[in-house]
Design a protein around this ligand. Structure first.
Ligand code: GDP
Length: 339
């Protein structure tokens, strides 16, 4: 039997790499879409030893003609749209670019599918950032959105487009509203990996301390390798729909720091308040964590807390990795760089 063809846009990112691995294990023929000016260092694919297994093709979310041509020629069975300008912070300095890729790019993709490959199933990476400052404590598919960054607004735009194309044109398209998910393949722009990486440098005397912003925001954190399975499961249902994918637990950044510090063998004591709060390593009496105002956000999502009951019931999906396991996976992988 011919292998099913799947396209992953944004294949060089964290989720792209884990998803590629997952689909290859399911015997898909995996195509990886890459943007024109991407730095072609596929370190994540290399780390998972996938570089020879994936066909990398140029796929530019800003180029309608390129998208149309690829969709028309390849007639993919499934497309996973993970390509995005995905840094919340950067979206404040590049709001137009962020919307062009994250919002208009998705319309380009939907139009190409509608005209040239109507049977292709599409997964769209929505984000828990869309909930923003919503007042509801536990967020599910019916929770109202209150986005507070250009990134979140751009993702919400494409979220509604997916809904529209599903209803109006009967396309098979789904949005996965994924809460934060991290792994050793995460970039240091995200706080979890920054903590894991910087505290390792402190441990090996390569850095004096970790500097972070607001440590009292809470995040619902999961493991990326668990979450890509949910993406695939969404596309295997009779009817397309949207799903929240989350761990159902949340912790503040300070707790994450404590867990990583403990894993690395630090015994830390927090002292002071506000901008003067610091964590001291009791063994050496040195400050190893400081607060730095420049890492505070212009507008902040104080807490994310997802309810993925629908995914559990319909997709038979639930997370396999809890926060302690995630910390262990990330720290172990980081320490391997120092051996
Ligand atoms: P996000 O939830 O998608 O924005 O993922 P991040 O990992 O970038 O940020 C999670 C939270 O950590 C946000 O609320 C940030 O304000 C907070 N945070 C605190 N210090 C830092 C830092 O140094 N870097 C980053 N990226 N976030 C930080």
């Amino acid at each position: 039997m011919a292998r099913k063809k799947a396209l992953i846009t944004g294949v060089s990112g964290q989720d792209g790499a884990y998803l590629a691995k997952f689909l290859l294990e399911k015997n898909y023929q995996v195509f990886g879409g890459e943007r024109q000016n991407a730095n072609r260092d596929f370190w994540r694919l290399k780390k998972l030893q996938l570089t020879n297994e994936i066909k990398i093709i140029p796929f530019e979310m800003l180029e309608e003609n390129n998208i149309n041509k690829v969709i028309r020629e390849e007639k993919f069975f499934e497309i996973y749209n993970l390509a995005a300008q995905s840094f919340v912070d950067k979206s404040f300095t590049s709001p137009v670019y962020t919307s062009n890729v994250n919002s208009l790019g998705v319309i380009r993709l939907l139009e190409a599918i509608r005209y040239f490959s109507k049977k292709t199933k599409l997964y769209q990476a929505s984000s828990s950032e869309m909930f923003g400052t919503t007042k509801l404590k536990l967020q599910d598919e019916k929770t109202y959105f209150q986005p507070v960054s250009p990134y979140a607004i751009s993702k919400l735009h494409s979220h509604w487009m997916i809904n529209l194309y599903r209803e109006a044109y009967k396309l098979y398209c789904c949005s996965g509203i994924l809460f934060n998910h991290d792994s050793p393949l995460r970039g240091k722009e995200f706080v979890a990996q920054k903590i894991v990486s910087d505290l390792a440098q402190v441990k090996f005397n390569m850095k004096s301390c970790l500097q972070v912003g607001n440590i009292y925001v809470r995040r619902d954190w999961g493991y990326a390798a668990d979450y890509v399975e949910a993406m695939w499961k969404m596309l295997q249902q009779k009817k397309p729909d949207d799903y929240v994918i989350s761990s159902g637990k949340n912790y503040n950044i300070k707790t994450f720091i404590n867990k990583v510090a403990k894993y690395y063998g630090f015994n830390i004591l927090w002292k002071g308040k506000g901008m003067n709060e610091v964590a001291i390593d009791k063994q050496t009496n040195k400050i190893i964590v400081k607060i730095n105002e420049s890492f505070f956000r212009k507008s902040e999502v104080d807490r994310t807390f997802g309810n993925s009951k629908k995914a559990k019931k319909t997709l038979a999906w639930s997370p396999k990795t809890n926060i302690d396991d995630l910390v262990k996976i990330m720290c172990e992988s980081e320490l391997a760089n120092y051996i």
